[in-house]
Each structure stands twice: as structure tokens, then as C-alpha cells.
Design a protein around this ligand. Structure first.
Ligand code: KG4
Ligand code: ZN
Length: 391
């Protein structure tokens, strides 16, 4: 067979998602069963409910993907060559459900298994959609769980240049939406109601209705501007937002006006994105030897990441072939425009996954499986394979 097909399983958080990808990057089937309704009433993800739902949904999700594009369905026995599964990072018992299913299928049908790092899934999926993109490239990975800057040198060969010291950017946007009294999962911008959206998207929608002087009305200072490393911090921004909101509420003795909420959202978003830009610039300047970086040892999360990265020192600095922006927050249209501009300054092409591949999905895991299988990176002993929540 010229091509091979990979079935990818993603259950690291709250979506049970399957993707089936041919080794040339053609998507043969996809499914995603959301748990939104279950977690909504708790206004956040409840881990034991999440794993329970994965257990209820996993078989159905696989079946939906096998049948999505083929009326009679693909058969695992005849049409699937490799199983890929997210083994971390993520919620322990959610990861466990996916991994158990992957082992079961691998044993039952005698298929090779690839153990995929969720972050690697986010990083590599752009290569599925842009077959010309070669290593090395720089990735800004911005999601609900992570904010990282990574040099991607090859499959499973990463160097983490920056990480968040507190909240991830997605978390910060989600919390900001809550502070701005957005209903969980919906927002009204004075013209239209939007439903089933993330907090980050609610902020983006409100910000579009901001007045031209929003940044002057509400000033946020860009975090860690003077620091010499490439790490992020978002918790200070969140506190400033909270302070403004408390002030406004006590002045007016009532709820915030829609205009105040839009202006606050816009100025907050602007500052958070400037922070991302600053650290990206710092990373690029460091990579090209134009500046130094310090403070790395203070970052515990970073050293964990470096362990999986394998290599701690930068060998030869080859020219980067692009800037990849991935993870749920990379759906943000305004951010995309700003980063397009930044990457031009560095003479880099900017790559974004198509929107449905930005947020968690099984397809990116299947594609990472394609890349790993091509390199012979398969699990030899299933009994020794475990999930790794803090990978
Ligand atoms: O990648 P993802 O689905 O989950 C993780 O792996 O964590 O990312 C979810 C995050 C949420 O924090 C959500 O608020 C954010 O992505 N997000 C957005 C937008 N859409 C989703 N942030 C900013 N603008 C958006 N349009
Ligand atoms: Zn993710």
C-alpha cells in the first residue's frame, strides 16, 4: 500500500474526538462529541464527569468518524493501519479512557500504536494542511491549557523557549469573560446573541463593539515588559480588570453598561496580545542571536517541558521556515491579523490551522500519528504505556 491511514483518539479534556487521516493529509472522517451541556451548569469542567462522558461516548465517536464520509463505513480491520492516541498532558482519567480504547483496538486488530503528546498534535497539524512547511519552525501554542513558545526542530524534537508562570492565555480570556458578566457559553453584544462559544470568543465579540478611545479609558500595563526571558504571566491583567469592574460597579451602584464591557474587553485583549507579541519578538531575536535570555531555571514547568524536548541547548540555528500559531486562541481573527504583521517584520510566513483544527480534535492526533509512524516512533510494549497528565 502506498498510503497508510491513522485513526486518532483525543480525550485529554472535555471533548471526545476522533479523526481518521490518510498519510498524504486527506481527512477520511472526523467526529467530536462535546460535553458542553454537562459542564455548563457547573460553569467549568468537572473532571470526573468528563471521564464518565468519555466512557459513554467513545465507541459512538469512533463509529461516527468511520461513517462520516463513507456510507458503508470504513472498517478498522481493513482500512486503518495505525492507532494514535493522546497520552498527555491532560486530565488523568479522561486520558485513561482514550488510552484504554486505543490499546484495546491495537490488540484486537493487531495495529501499531503511536502515543501522542497533545501539544505536539497542536504543533504539527499545520503540516497536514501545508505540506511545504519544513522544520524548523517556531510555534506559538495558545490554548485553554497552555501558552508556550516552541522551536519545532523535528517530530518529537522541541525546545521550549517560554511558558506561562501562572494562567494560560485561554484561561485568562475565559476568566475575563466571567468578570465581564458574560453568561457561560454565550454573549450579547447589543446587536446579536451568540451561543455555545468559549470565553475567549466572547471577549473577541465584545471588543469589536469597543469605542475608539477604549485603550485610553481603561489602561492595562503589559506584563513582564522588562524581563529578559520569554515567559508569560496573565494573572496581573486579570486582577487589573477585576479592579476596574469593582470600581465601575461601586460608582454606578449597578451592573456594567454594555459600552464599558466592550471597552474593557477590547483594552484587556489588546494588552494580552501585545504581551504575546513582545515575547514572540524576544524569542525570535534570541533565536537569531540578537539578544540573550535569562531566568530559565526559575521556571519549573519549563524544565519539565525540556525533559520531553530532550535537548536543552540550541545547536545550530537554522533559518526558521515559519511561524505557526496554534491552539484554541489562534482562532481569534484580530490576533491573526496582528501576528501576520509581526511575522512580516521577521520575514517569516505565518501559519494558522483552519479554525476547526485550532481547538482540540482527533484529527491533529491522527496527523501526529502519521508523522510519528513515518519515523518509526511506535509503541513496542503496550503493557508499559501509561498516560502522562503532566507530560
Ligand atoms: O485548544 P483548546 O480547545 O483547548 C485546550 O487545549 O486547552 O482551547 C480552548 C481555549 C479557551 O480558553 C477559549 O476561550 C479559547 O481557546 N478560544 C478563543 C477563541 N476561541 C476559543 N480565544 C480567543 N478568541 C477566540 N475566538
Ligand atoms: Zn489543546
Amino acid at each position: 500500500k502506498e498510503y497508510f491511514n491513522v485513526l486518532g483518539i483525543e480525550t485529554s479534556c472535555d471533548d471526545t474526538s476522533i479523526g481518521i487521516v490518510r498519510s498524504d493529509g486527506t481527512i477520511l472522517g472526523e467526529s467530536k462529541l462535546s460535553q458542553w451541556d454537562i459542564h455548563k451548569e457547573h460553569r467549568g469542567i468537572v473532571p470526573n464527569l468528563a471521564s464518565e462522558q468519555h466512557r459513554l461516548n467513545i465507541d459512538k465517536s469512533i463509529d461516527l468518524a468511520l461513517h462520516e464520509k463513507f456510507k458503508d463505513g470504513l472498517s478498522i480491520q481493513d482500512d486503518i493501519d495505525v492507532i494514535a492516541v493522546t497520552t498527555g498532558p491532560g486530565l488523568a482519567f479522561s486520558l485513561q479512557v482514550g488510552l484504554e480504547k486505543a490499546k484495546e483496538l491495537s490488540r484486537q486488530y493487531n495495529k501499531e500504536l503511536c502515543s501522542v503528546n497533545h501539544l505536539e498534535g497542536h504543533c504539527l497539524v499545520v503540516r497536514m494542511e501545508n505540506i511545504e512547511l519544513e522544520f524548523p519552525f517556531l510555534t506559538l501554542l495558545i490554548s485553554g491549557g497552555h501558552s508556550q513558545i516552541l522551536v519545532c526542530r523535528g517530530v518529537s524534537d522541541y525546545q521550549c523557549l517560554g511558558n506561562t508562570l501562572d494562567d494560560s492565555i485561554g484561561e485568562a480570556l475565559d476568566k475575563a469573560a466571567r468578570i465581564l458578566d458574560c453568561e457561560f457559553g454565550s454573549v450579547y453584544d447589543g446587536h446579536q446573541h451568540y451561543y455555545n462559544i468559549h470565553g475567549g470568543e466572547a471577549i473577541e465579540i465584545l471588543a469589536r463593539r469597543a469605542s475608539p478611545d477604549a485603550n485610553e479609558r481603561f489602561k492595562f500595563s503589559i506584563p513582564m515588559k522588562e524581563s529578559k526571558n520569554c515567559d508569560f504571566s496573565f494573572s496581573g491583567l486579570k486582577s487589573s480588570l477585576k479592579r476596574y469592574v469593582d470600581q465601575l460597579k461601586s460608582q454606578s451602584g449597578s451592573e456594567l453598561s454594555l459600552q464599558d464591557r466592550c471597552d474593557l474587553a477590547s483594552s484587556f485583549q489588546n494588552t494580552a496580545f501585545s504581551h504575546l507579541e513582545n515575547k514572540l519578538k524576544k524569542s525570535l531575536n534570541w533565536y537569531y542571536g540578537k539578544s540573550t535570555m535569562d531566568g530559565k531555571k526559575k521556571n519549573k514547568k519549563l524544565s519539565q517541558q525540556q525533559e520531553i524536548a530532550g535537548t536543552e541547548t540550541m545547536p545550530k540555528r537554522e533559518k526558521l521556515n515559519g511561524l505557526v500559531v496554534s491552539g484554541g486562541v489562534s482562532k481569534n481573527q484580530y490576533l491573526r491579523e496582528r501576528l501576520e504583521t509581526l511575522s512580516k517584520e521577521f520575514d517569516l510566513k505565518c501559519y494558522f490551522p483552519s479554525p476547526k483544527l485550532c481547538t482540540d480534535n482527533g484529527t491533529m492526533i491522527a496527523w501526529a500519528g502519521v508523522e510519528m509512524y513515518n519515523k518509526g516512533m511506535v509503541t513496542k510494549d503496550l503493557d508499559k504505556l501509561f498516560y502522562i497528565p503532566y507530560w
